[in-house]
Design a protein around this ligand. Structure first.
Ligand SMILES: [Zn+2]
Length: 304
């Protein structure tokens, strides 16, 4: 009888022991797996933002892409010793890879001490093929653009014969729509391959007022210049690269790409006024493509 009770107590202990392991196991699942998921998301967000920011520096070159990427990782609480930043795709991509050790709590009872998480992301700069809004109503003919060089974004009407001086009709014809598009940017989407209409006529008044207003709106001190500017400056404008401007009157032309310019101002006045901008390279939102011609305007494609 005594022996029987003893063995019963023994199995009760065994059952209690097993139940405790199961309970701790469940608790470990809830807390430690939850914590692991939290750290997985956090680490992957950090490498994503570091790859995006690093890739932008491939174009802006204010600092190096590598130091920018490391900077983002340390700001998010990760160590540079566990992060690698490499260039891929002939220098057009930045890859950020980072690891993080999650130290377990309750799961240690079950023999799991820690797990090393790893996340990687690649930011690749590619030419823009579509922009959802903000394009200005100027166009230049398809050509090889040279960084830092001055270009005429809208010619003076003085000695023209075709009636086309670089103005484009976006969202409606006429000088008022044209002026609004200079000041605020066109509100619609434009993509490579789209057919658009030219806006013939000199329109020197609205052109001068619009461009002067944009330049006056630059809030930055010291004033921005083409090689030292704040990326969201009102003087940075995006215009359209078209197949040709050698057309008569209001005519259909085709979008070949998009390019950014730093607005220098309006030269001359009246019939001879022309808009001058310097070609710059920028990063923008919008759709990108591997096969688009490079006109110096890029977006970043993020992949794992
Ligand atoms: Zn500025």
């Amino acid at each position: 009888m005594k022996r029987f009770f003893k063995s019963q107590r023994g199995s009760a202990l065994v059952i209690f022991g097993l139940a405790a392991v199961v309970l701790i196991g469940f608790a470990a699942l809830v807390t430690d797996v939850g914590m692991m998921t939290y750290h997985e998301v956090r680490l992957s967000n950090a490498v994503d933002s570091a790859a995006l920011a690093g890739a932008q520096e491939l174009i802006y070159k204010v600092t190096t892409p590598e130091s920018k990427a490391f900077d983002y990782m340390t700001k998010n609480g990760y160590q540079t010793s566990t992060t690698t930043v490499t260039r891929e795709d002939n220098g057009n991509s930045i890859r950020v890879t980072s690891t993080y050790d999650v130290k377990f709590g309750l799961a240690r009872v079950l023999g799991f001490q820690s797990k090393t998480l790893k996340a990687t992301a690649k930011g690749k700069v590619l030419p823009i093929i579509a922009i959802n809004n903000g394009v200005r109503p100027f166009a230049i003919q398809d050509q090889t653009l040279i960084y830092g060089q001055q270009y005429t974004l809208k010619e003076g009407g003085g000695d023209g014969t075709t009636g086309n001086y670089g103005a484009i009709e976006l969202g409606g014809a006429g000088a008022q729509v044209y002026y609004n598009n200079i000041v605020n940017g066109y509100s619609g989407r434009l993509a490579v391959g789209d057919n658009i209409e030219t806006e013939p006529g000199n329109m020197s008044g609205p052109t001068e007022r619009g461009v002067d207003l944009l330049i006056a709106q630059d809030p930055h001190t010291p004033k921005c210049t083409y090689d030292h500017y704040v990326p969201n400056c009102p003087r940075i404008i995006t215009i359209i690269v078209v197949n040709t401007l050698n057309v008569n009157g209001r005519a259909t032309v085709q979008i070949k790409g998009f390019a950014s310019f730093f607005l220098e101002g309006v030269n001359g006045s009246g019939n001879n006024s022309e808009v001058i901008g310097r070609f710059i390279k920028t990063i923008s939102g919008g759709d990108v493509s591997d096969t688009q011609t490079d006109y110096g305007m890029y977006g970043v494609r993020l992949t794992r």
